[in-house]
Design a protein around this ligand. Sequence first.
Ligand code: SAH
Length: 396
Amino acid sequence: MSAEARVQAAVETAETSAAAVEVEIASQPPRPGELNFSAPRRTAKPPRHLADLSAPERKKALAELGHQGFRAAQVSQHYFGHLADDPAQWSDVPAAKREELAGILTPKLLTPIREQTADAGTTRKTLWRLFDGATVESVLMRYRDRTTMCVSSQAGCGMNCPFCATGQAGLTRNMSTGEIVEQVVAGARTMARGEVPGGPGRVSNVVFMGMGEPMANYKAVIGAVRRLTEPVPDGLGLSARHITVSTVGLVPAMEKLTNEGIPVTLAVSLHAPDDELRDTLVPVNTRWKVSEVLDAAWRYAAVTKRRVSIEYALIKDINDQAWRADRLGRMLRNKLVHVNLIPLNPTPGSKWTASRPQDEAEFVRRLQEWGVPVTVRDTRGRDIDGACGQLAAAAK
Ligand code: SAH
């Protein structure tokens, strides 16, 4: 089957199964400044998948159903190692057992309902339907030296940042570890099959910068990080250093992450150096102030020896003034930090837009003067609404 035919077939399956879904999955758009830390209570949980389980838990799950424990490692090898999602390819498993084992360990979690490409096919955004009809997006970005999967950790988001499309739609629900991991594995399959221009390849990097606030779905996100970093067949075998977890600054969760002992890259979405402005751009700042968020970031850097990334969307005449660059530079100088400036991707109906080129250049220059490493993020996938802050699957 061609990639297009596969997507088309998937679309049809998704449409039929969505019709059968009775669970109410729509989120409520939040009022200005309103925060939502816990998703509405769910009636049903996503099906349990081997990616939700550690290797010993997989064995146990099989044994409880009367299967031999070693089948867990075989199926895991197919899932994470060979990226073979079709049980017909599991040649070391008796044909008669394949479907049953697949049903237990690799139930279908994500159904692609739309695929969009940009940048000559090297950026691919996928809209996925989850088992209950909730929708999320992920973005694959192939560069010369790496391929990054940008994944969602929640359907929607409760953090209500006014410049972010996802935030404006509200929170639908948390995703499970399996649902998060499966986005990366799906990208890895696409790369392995040579469906992205540049020949067969692998996914090397993962950024939790799709829909959702990863630190508000802590347990599932840590589970996903563990699964992504455990060696094959227990997990996908990625380097923790190539995984970035991005947060609005939920300080207690940042502290927990510091103590996990997993050296992922931590990104903090700062967007303003002063509380007065940050209270409006990142409403959770009314709970944890700029200084508390940065202190938590420096503790993370001290314990993990990892450079913390500060995300700063440059918004014309809102947060791009030279004095704010200086204030930011003064706060960040001599720290283990890197600043990522993101030209604002305007969302539908937004009164805000990206900074003027000269203001962006001056912002960069001032940070450099303070000795702070800084880069301006590229705008991959902008024309397919696949760039930062544009993911709004639930609203479509
Ligand atoms: N909730 C997490 C991760 C998701 S967003 C977080 O906020 O960090 C990933 C990054 O895109 C964040 O830094 C976010 O602030 C930024 N972003 C959101 N909307 C944007 C927009 N319209 N233009 C540019 N960047 C945006």
